[in-house]
Design a protein around this ligand. Structure first.
Ligand SMILES: Cc1cc2nc3c(=O)[nH]c(=O)nc-3n(C[C@H](O)[C@H](O)[C@H](O)COP(=O)(O)OP(=O)(O)OC[C@H]3O[C@@H](n4cnc5c(N)ncnc54)[C@H](O)[C@@H]3O)c2cc1C
Length: 420
């Protein structure tokens, strides 16, 4: 079976799927490519859904990763608005809604994430929104506007981005976060506090340690019930995270544990089946661990890695993860993966609005969280890739160039990575 002639079936029509098919055709893949996606649009970028698109600053057509004509001209068959219901691995075919069967030589699962939903009384009332798709963003956009009382449940990336967008549109916004600080899973305490202050100074009521008990209203949501009493609401956005969309994999017997399990080449235990993007838990050789991430960069990397396997020139997944978030005028950029207990070293002056938090574990840099500070972000990423163990005192000293910090606390260069 010649790799370049394999028929490839992609399940899912998002970021990873788009990257995969683009990389396959660019790499000379000549076999059939079919992409089945259950949304009506060709693959599009999701990040603007909580930012510029929601704010009305970016048109719908600008969301598309490639126009429909691109796929047509590259002989990529798009089956949009269709859902794969099951996979017959022994028979090498997938069953679509309506019963149609599609065969494959290679199957790529790029099914993304599914929303975590709140299970409390009143959770089905109209006016309570979630945000994953373009259709969700369109519905939410209609609810934002000057004077509207918008309650955001969950102070994670999406909750805070929607809060910022809604506040900029003139809405009266409250964020309810169950933990003791916002973005507690992904940010250091100083940065989370700084971000909370930014929101409060911009008029957002941020309430931490606040559990939502339910929603009330006659025709639609009118209030959010909290431990501190009811909070009036014209609209609610629930942003409490996502789960990997791994049902298909589970049902056809593929290994799955908070994500479809793959090696560093996005290969599942079945050599014909790969998994890419949010749905996959993949070994990252730079981190020496299997990780499941929800980010554009991860989806793009996986799409490229999976394509390299199908093209017969496998490249392992080996990038340092990075993420970004836009809230008000601030660009937050994060590289690496920190644990909550990692040490935090600040560089720069938070009150000046541009600074970075460097995270360390047993002396080694694990992550950098940069606020409107792209240079710290870029250099931090290089230091993490070089497995640097910088002296914290020098790290926080802005007169010391970050390039000078690729050495251990004892001044001995670490020889684990390339010279940046
Ligand atoms: C509002 C929002 C803002 C974000 N902001 C950022 C950001 O600022 N930075 C960042 O790095 N990341 C951000 N992300 C995350 C990023 O968009 C995702 O990590 C990325 O889209 C993952 O790509 P994917 O291809 O794995 O999955 P997705 O893009 O989710 O695509 C999966 C697709 O597969 C479809 N599908 C699932 N099952 C089936 C099936 N059985 N049959 C057919 N189709 C199926 C789904 O409906 C979906 O269309 C954001 C996400 C959202 C929702």
């Amino acid at each position: 079976m010649a790799a370049s002639g394999d028929s490839v079936l992609v399940v899912g029509g998002g970021q990873a799927a788009a990257q995969l098919v683009v990389s396959l055709r660019l790499g000379g893949h000549e076999g059939r490519i079919t992409l089945v996606g259950d949304e009506d649009e060709p693959p599009y970028q999701r990040p603007p859904l909580s930012k510029q698109y929601l704010a009305g600053e970016l048109g719908r057509e600008r969301l598309l990763l490639r126009k429909a004509a691109y796929y047509e001209s590259r002989d990529v068959e798009l089956r949009l608005g269709r859902r794969v219901l099951s996979i017959d691995r022994a028979g090498h075919c997938a069953v679509l809604d309506g019963g149609e069967q599609l065969g494959y030589d290679r199957l790529v699962l790029a099914t993304g994430s599914i929303l975590r939903r709140l299970d409390v009384p009143g959770a089905d009332l109209p006016g309570i929104h979630y945000l994953r798709s373009l259709a969700d963003a369109d519905r939410l956009q209609e609810e934002l506007g000057a004077g509207r009382r918008v309650v955001v449940v969950g102070g994670g990336y999406i909750g805070l981005e929607v809060a910022a967008t809604a506040a900029k549109a003139g809405a009266d916004v409250a964020v309810l976060e169950a933990e003791e600080r916002v973005m507690s899973r992904v940010l250091s305490a100083p940065l989370a506090e700084w971000l909370t202050d930014l929101h409060r100074q911009s008029g957002v009521h941020v309430r931490v340690g606040e559990q939502v008990r339910g929603f009330t209203g006659q025709e639609r949501v009118e209030a959010v019930e909290t431990g501190n009493g009811p909070l009036p609401a014209d609209a609610v956005l629930v942003g409490i995270g996502v789960l990997p969309a791994a049902d298909l994999a589970r049902e056809c017997g593929l290994g799955e544990n908070d994500g479809i399990l793959t090696d560093e080449y996005c290969r599942t235990e079945d050599e014909s089946v790969l998994a890419a993007g949010d749905c996959a838990r993949t070994i990252n050789t730079a981190l020496g661990a299997a990780v499941r991430l929800e980010s554009v960069q991860n989806a793009v990397d996986h799409g490229q890695v999976a394509a390299s396997v199908i093209l017969g020139d496998p490249r392992p997944y080996s990038s340092i993860p990075w993420f970004w978030s836009d809230q008000f005028h601030v660009k937050l950029q994060i590289a690496g993966l920190a644990r909550p207990e990692d040490e935090t070293v600040l560089r720069g002056d938070p009150s000046a609005g541009a600074f970075a938090a460097f995270r360390l574990r047993e002396g080694r840099l694990t992550a950098v969280e940069a606020v409107s500070s792209p240079r710290d972000f870029m250099m931090g990423k290089k230091l993490i890739a070089a497995r640097a163990a910088p002296d914290p005192a020098r790290l926080m000293d802005e007169s010391v160039a970050l390039t000078d910090l690729i050495q251990s606390r004892h001044g001995i260069p670490t020889l684990h990575g390339p010279d940046p």
